[in-house]
Write a protein that binds this ligand. Structure first.
Ligand code: ITT
Length: 200
């Protein structure tokens, strides 16, 4: 079986491959195709966008495809940036610009808790009209300053109290054990294995 990772985000690809590479499945990414569309995220929920991406890439590649739509929900900001996490500070901005924007927005609410959660919805389009979704989430606290050199996105400001570390201070293995994406991918692994067993 071949499975296409329906994402243009190389940081996500690294984390996904780390958890899926030992399956008896050939994992393909954008690098395996001459062209690979950038699917417009017109949905208003993570689930809608994950389905949009999985479906568009499954159709384009004519293969099963797995997409991830994820976001950071900050309680003091009523769940923002949420589904708009990748473009919080504007279109085509850097991760650092998004982090700085979040720190400055939170500074306007000094009396509010700094609690937040990452959510990840994974959609798998099996290419036969059947699309399944899975979710993972993890709670944390937003730091006042950017720190740590691993990870991506909001990892340098996301503190995970149970481990006493930021996500940017974790290896991919450590992060995948507890993260929103890692938890959703564990469920995706189970689905893929079920699917393989049914196809035997
Ligand atoms: P694709 O749509 O091509 O998959 P993307 O980066 O645009 O890539 P999303 O629309 O799902 O992906 O945006 C999610 C954003 O949320 C991402 O760009 C990061 O800024 C942030 N994010 C998601 N998962 C994260 C993680 O594990 N650690 C830190 N930030 C994360």
């Amino acid at each position: 079986m071949q499975l296409v990772l329906a994402t243009n985000n190389r940081d996500k690809i690294r984390e996904m491959k780390n958890l899926l590479d030992d399956l008896p499945v050939t994992i393909l990414t954008r690098d395996d195709f001459l062209e690979f569309p950038d699917v417009e995220e017109t949905g208003t929920t993570l689930e809608e966008n994950a389905i949009l991406k999985a479906h568009a890439i499954a159709e384009f590649c004519d293969l099963p495809a797995l997409a991830d739509d994820s976001g950071l929900e900050v309680d003091a900001l009523n769940g923002a940036p949420g589904v708009y996490s990748s473009r919080y500070a504007g279109d085509n901005v850097t991760y650092a610009e998004n982090n700085r924007k979040l720190i400055s927005e939170l500074a306007k609410h000094p009396d509010q808790p700094r609690t937040a959660r990452f959510r990840c919805v994974i959609a798998i389009d099996w290419g036969n009209g059947n699309i399944e979704t899975l979710e993972g989430r993890v709670n944390g606290v937003i730091a006042n300053e950017i720190d740590g050199s691993d990870g991506f996105g909001y990892d340098p400001i996301f503190l995970h109290p149970p481990s006493g570390k930021r996500f940017s201070e974790m290896t991919i293995d450590e992060k995948n054990l507890i993260s929103h994406r890692g938890l959703a991918l564990q469920k995706a692994r189970d689905l893929i294995i079920e699917h393989l067993n049914r196809a035997r």
